[in-house]
Design a protein around this ligand. Structure first.
Ligand SMILES: Nc1ncnc2c1ncn2[C@@H]1O[C@H](COP(=O)(O)OP(=O)(O)OP(=O)(O)O)[C@@H](O)[C@H]1O
Ligand SMILES: [Mg+2]
Length: 211
């Protein structure tokens, strides 16, 4: 499902160059919940962005056997990238947001109802986003992601800013999403979330240490 081989990413800043990824390889061929951990600046976000086709890379990244850099249109349909603190439109209700999200992917209303029910958001569907707690907002982001029905989900710090109870809810939800046949790759510093992952890759200085 995902094959990353000797991937290097450089950022140019001012006169210099930052080598954010220095030859990363990993392979996951089952729909698992996979976490990527490591110190700040070790390259986690850059790895997610490379897989999502958001930064240029050297080496090879294959999603469902498609080389990302040569198949951007196809990859965009298969892969969903959720950045840290994805900004939701505060004035919209959950219902309105879900209608927008599902329009782009032919997901029907019944399926949207199921997603909201499953994430415990049904009773909040007429609330506007600014009236939600942080944990509820993070669950709305996951609902949007699910409505887009991706095969691979790349999520940057899914539990950032959440208390342990909410982090566990997210852990359960992500694990169930993987059991439904999606590969989930989450960058995280959170030991609570790592308890739920099937596999963790540790990064340091632009490399993967262990697997
Ligand atoms: N747009 C950019 N331009 C220049 N350098 C960048 C850019 N984005 C990231 N970097 C650098 O690349 C390296 C890896 O950054 P990255 O954001 O991938 O780390 P991270 O592991 O996600 O860190 P954190 O845990 O703090 O989110 C760091 O040295 C960072 O300063
Ligand atoms: Mg990061």
């Amino acid at each position: 499902m995902l094959e990353v081989t000797n991937v290097k990413v450089k950022y140019r800043i001012g006169g210099g160059v930052v080598e954010a990824l220095r030859g990363v390889s990993l392979r996951v061929n089952e729909p698992l919940l996979v976490t990527v951990s490591g110190p700040s600046g070790s390259g986690k976000t850059t790895l997610l962005k490379a897989i999502a086709g958001r930064v240029n890379y050297d080496g090879s990244i294959k999603v469902m056997n498609l080389e990302v850099k040569y198949n951007m249109d196809a990859v965009r349909k298969l892969v969903l990238y959720l950045p840290v603190g994805e900004v939701l439109i505060d004035e919209l209700t959950i219902d309105e947001i879900m209608r927008l999200a599902s329009m782009s992917s032919n997901v029907n209303d019944a399926h949207v109802d199921d997603i909201l029910e499953w994430l415990g958001l049904s009773r909040l569907r007429n609330r506007r986003v600014f009236e939600l707690s942080t944990g509820e907002r993070r669950r709305v982001e996951l609902a949007i992601a699910l409505a887009k029905a991706p095969r691979l989900m790349l999520i940057d710090e899914p539990t950032i800013g959440l208390d342990e109870g909410n982090a566990r809810i997210i852990g359960e939800v992500l694990r169930s999403m993987s059991r439904q046949g999606r590969l989930i790759l989450a960058a995280t510093h959170d030991p609570v979330l790592m308890e739920y992952s099937d596999l963790n890759f540790k990064m340091r200085d632009g490399l993967i240490l262990t697997r």
